[in-house]
Design a protein around this ligand. Structure first.
Ligand code: ZN
Length: 156
């Protein structure tokens, strides 16, 4: 099981990034980066906002954006521990999300927020978010957001 730790500031930054898409009626994705050294729980040290093409019900990273991302990760020695994106309505991991996931390594986390994150705050984040983990069977498994099996730990 992979767990990540993030501060309320990380949540605040992430929510602000995601809402910018929502204000245009578009989904938005952000990436949570940690240090290259694998460690559990991994601390989120950067909220990365990739260049993206988005519509009301999807987002894509064009090839140039993927390259910029790699060019950012290599010299900073960071890795993606989670992707987080919004949906216009309910939060769930769709088949399209599975197909277009930016991260697809065992233990990778995919977080989804409802209503373009319009109602999400650092305080209610864990209640609103839906968390999925990429399994060794190659599918995305829903994980509880609270309790001992929660993947995301929020610190002050
Ligand atoms: Zn989605």
């Amino acid at each position: 099981m992979s767990a990540i730790i993030c501060t309320r500031e990380v949540l605040q930054t992430t929510i602000a990034v995601l809402r910018r898409g929502g204000e245009r009626g578009e989904e938005r994705v952000a990436l949570w980066l940690s240090t290259a050294a694998p460690r559990t729980p991994a601390a989120v040290i950067e909220v990365y906002e990739p260049d993206q093409v988005a519509e009301v019900d999807y987002f894509r990273l064009p090839p140039l954006s993927m390259r910029s991302l790699m060019d950012h990760l290599r010299p900073t020695r960071r890795r993606i521990v989670a992707q987080i994106h919004t949906h216009p309505g309910q939060a769930f991991h769709s088949e399209v999300d599975a197909e277009w996931a930016i991260v697809k390594h065992v233990g990778a986390l995919s977080l989804v927020l409802p209503r373009f994150a319009a109602t999400t705050t650092p305080e209610n984040f864990l209640e609103e978010v839906m968390t999925y983990e990429y399994s060794s069977d190659g599918d995305w498994q829903h994980c509880p957001s609270v309790g001992p099996a929660a993947r995301v730990i929020v610190t002050a």
